[in-house]
Design a protein around this ligand. Structure first.
Ligand code: A2P
Length: 270
């Protein structure tokens, strides 16, 4: 496993396992358990996914020491203010049945993000959270938050996959020492039908999913693929034994829209 280092020195795996839309608790527990057995050491959930308990159960069941697993969860919009953020954090902690969270993110740039950030900063200083960040923040959201915060975000988790480069946000984050995480790194599975990517996959004798994930981690962006299928969970993890040439990296970067983009159009207007 390769790691990235956050701006506070915390190390985070460059490849994690996302559980968005795994609504069935048994299925979620099984998927996280299988992911941990396959070698994943970063699990990404959120209060709004409604599956934190299942994630907590899978972690316990795996028998892997807590300190070897990096757990991320997120504060939902309706709880994004100073008082509610503190309560929501405790609820997440209880549901996950953990003593601390590795990374806590403001899920979306809505509601009182300044108040929420102050609460998260305090929890961070108390050691209950090892790193704090945001999700779905574009450049202007980051600039606004950073204009009035004691500690700057360590992470921004955004939709990012071939055909959806988010160039401006990624460049801003790199310049300011904020690690970018990619949600829907496989474009929810839709871009896995793409013919251009199929050609690259054939050249490297890899799956299209592996090409997408490799393209992401080779840019030092953290990828968080989701799957409930054991073979896919395993094969999505096998991306450390090959490298894309610079030329192919550029070709994928410049391939143009590849189908799915789930980005909320309201984000830009906030
Ligand atoms: P499933 O969960 O049924 O295995 P993303 O992470 O971009 O949101 O994409 C998740 C979607 O991609 C899910 O529908 C998942 O299906 C599918 N998926 C994940 N890995 C693979 C893979 N290696 N090949 C094909 N589809 C995949």
């Amino acid at each position: 496993m390769k790691y990235v280092t956050l701006n506070n020195g915390v190390k985070m795996p460059i490849l994690g396992f996302g559980v968005f839309q795994i609504d069935d608790m048994k299925e979620c527990e099984e998927a996280v358990y299988n992911a941990l057995k396959a070698g994943y050491r970063l699990i990404d959930t959120a209060a709004s996914y409604g599956n934190e308990e299942a994630v907590g159960r899978a972690i316990k069941r795996s028998g892997i020491p807590r300190e070897e697993i990096f757990v991320t969860t997120k504060l939902w919009v309706s709880d994004a203010n100073y008082e509610k953020a503190k309560l929501a954090f405790e609820t997440s902690l209880k549901k996950l049945d953990l003593e601390y969270i590795d990374l806590y993110l403001i899920h979306q740039p809505f509601n009182d993000v300044y108040g929420a950030w102050r609460a998260m900063t305090e929890l961070y200083k108390e050691g209950k959270i090892k790193a704090i960040g945001v999700s779905n923040f574009l450049v202007h959201h980051l600039e606004e938050l950073m204009s009035d915060c004691e500690i700057k975000p360590m992470v921004d988790q955004i939709e990012f996959h071939p055909g959806h480069n988010q160039k401006e946000t990624v460049e801003f984050c790199k310049k300011h020492g904020i690690v970018v995480e990619a949600w829907s790194p496989l474009g929810r599975g839709v871009i896995l039908e793409n013919e251009f990517l199929a050609g690259i996959a054939q050249k490297y004798n890899k799956t299209i999913a592996q090409i997408c994930l490799r393209w992401i981690i080779q840019q030092e962006v953290v990828a968080l693929p989701k799957s409930v299928t054991p073979e896919r969970i395993k094969s999505n993890f096998e991306v450390f034994n090959f490298e894309l040439s610079e030329e192919d990296m550029d070709k994928i970067t410049n391939m143009g829209p590849a189908g799915y983009t789930g980005s909320d159009p309201n984000l830009g207007r906030y």
